[in-house]
Structure formats: structure tokens, C-alpha cells
Design a protein around this ligand. Structure first.
Ligand code: NAP
Length: 217
């Protein structure tokens, strides 16, 4: 198929699964990851761009690809401030998306979040919604926005809020029945697979994939 993919967040929980799926996919002949630390993986299709993300212009030429996958993100606690969070969750992906579309990228596949809403009173949801809006208005042929619930996967690092959510999602799964099914935890393997499948559909326009659709067989 000879398509090329650009992946942001390849060292993260969702990004790692996306990376494995992209490398295994026959659709892609080259997968470029933009990361701030090297990966332990090596693969003939893999092209790694190391950066601190502070000068995106300096890596602009490396951002040429057909499909851009974004799994980048942090938490306000980890970033240290709302401003620092916004830099990771909005500024970096927005700047990279702009340069990718300017160089011919056709599709943007975004791992956003349940509740993302540019008009939200909640800062996290607002930033997520603002990025959704920004990439939707950049001129990509297709934008796929995924809105998962709490992510389920083998995370090495401990995050208190997430651990509580994950406990509920995994051990109290009976709570997520009927109308609450859409809040059930989202396995990252399923999410990554759905993101790659969405790109392969070659659709046009903006498609939002809510959690119940991600979890549907
Ligand atoms: N966690 C959840 O339950 C949840 C729920 C819904 C939606 N989401 C969203 O889903 C997306 C993927 O989440 P995830 O949990 O898979 O992500 P993750 O494991 O936290 O990985 C985040 C990725 O972003 C990179 N990153 C973080 N801070 C950075 C910085 N300051 N500069 C450059 N790169 C940075 C990380 O690189 P390093 O490895 O170098 O740190 C990593 O590749 C995120 O946008 C998140 O907001 C998460």
C-alpha cells in the first residue's frame, strides 16, 4: 500500500500499541515517530525523530506523512501547571498537525478523551476539545477523533486518580451496564486497533468515535 505514518506519543500507553499496529500493518511502508527519548524497538519501517519539541520548525521536513496519529498527552499533575499541560496536549500536536497538513498529510487520527468539549468549564476537557476543533479546521481530508474513557493497559507509572478509575473499570465492571456502558474503561489495544482501522477506511470529513463505538465489537 506504500502509505507513510507519523506517530506522536509512541512511548506512551496508547502510542506504543499504535506503533506495534502500524509497524505490523501492510498499509504502511514507513512509520515515523517523533519522541523525546529513544525507543528500545528497532524495525526496518521505523524512523525515529528525536526532539525536545521546543523548535518544531527544525524538524519540519521530517513531518511529511500520509496519516498522522496522535497519542500525545500528559496530566496537569505531571506537567506541573495548566500552562505546561496545554503546551503538551494542545500546542505540540497543533503545531505538528499544521506542518504535516502543509506538506500533504491526508488524515489525522487523534486520541482525545471522553467529554472533550471546547466550551467546557473543565480545563482538561476544554483543552482536549480545542485541539479537536483546531485539527478539524486545518484542511485534512479526514479527521478521526477518538474519545476513550479511562485507559486500560499495563502502565508502569502510578497515577492515583487513574488507578481509582481503573479499579472501578476493571473490578466493578458490572456498574457499566445499560446506560452506563459508554463509561466503561477502554483497553488501549482495542483503541489502537480501531484508530488504525479508521485510517484504512479512507473516508472524508470529520468522524467522532465515542467510547461506546470504540468498545463495540
Ligand atoms: N489516561 C487515561 O485514562 C486517558 C483517558 C482518556 C484519554 N486520555 C488521553 O489519551 C491520550 C493517550 O494517553 P496515554 O495514557 O496513552 O498517554 P501516556 O501513556 O501518558 O503517554 C503520553 C505520551 O506523550 C508524551 N509526552 C508527555 N509529556 C510530554 C512532554 N512534556 N513533551 C513531549 N512528550 C510528552 C510521552 O512521552 P514520554 O514517554 O517521553 O513521557 C508519551 O509518549 C492522551 O492525550 C490522554 O490525555 C487518557
Amino acid at each position: 500500500m506504500n502509505k507513510t505514518a507519523l506517530l506522536l506519543g509512541a512511548t506512551g500507553l496508547t502510542g506504543e500499541q499504535c506503533l506495534l499496529g502500524l509497524l505490523a500493518s501492510e498499509r504502511y511502508s514507513k512509520v515515523t515517530v517523533v519522541v523525546r527519548r529513544p525507543l528500545s524497538l528497532s524495525h526496518p519501517k521505523l524512523h525515529t525523530v528525536l526532539t525536545d519539541f521546543k523548535n518544531i520548525t527544525s524538524i519540519q521536513a521530517e513531518l511529511k506523512a500520509d496519516d498522522v496519529f496522535c497519542c500525545l498527552g500528559t496530566t496537569i499533575a505531571k506537567a506541573g501547571s495548566q500552562e505546561a499541560f496545554r503546551w503538551v496536549d494542545f500546542d505540540i500536536p497543533e503545531q505538528i498537525a499544521e506542518r504535516a497538513v502543509a506538506q500533504g498529510a491526508q488524515q489525522f487520527i487523534l486520541c482525545s478523551s471522553m467529554g472533550a468539549d471546547a466550551g467546557s468549564a473543565i480545563f482538561y476537557s476544554r483543552v482536549k476539545g480545542e485541539l479537536e476543533q483546531a485539527v478539524s479546521n486545518m484542511g485534512f481530508k479526514a479527521v478521526h477523533i477518538f474519545r476513550p474513557s479511562i485507559l486500560l493497559g499495563d502502565r508502569k507509572e502510578q497515577r492515583t486518580g487513574e488507578a481509582i478509575g481503573r479499579f472501578a473499570a476493571e473490578k466493578l465492571s458490572f456498574l457499566f451496564a445499560g446506560p452506563f456502558k459508554k463509561y466503561a474503561g477502554t483497553p488501549v489495544k482495542v483503541l489502537a486497533k480501531k484508530m488504525i482501522e479508521a485510517a484504512a477506511q479512507n473516508t472524508s470529513g470529520i468522524q467522532i468515535h465515542e467510547n461506546d463505538e470504540i468498545l463495540a465489537a
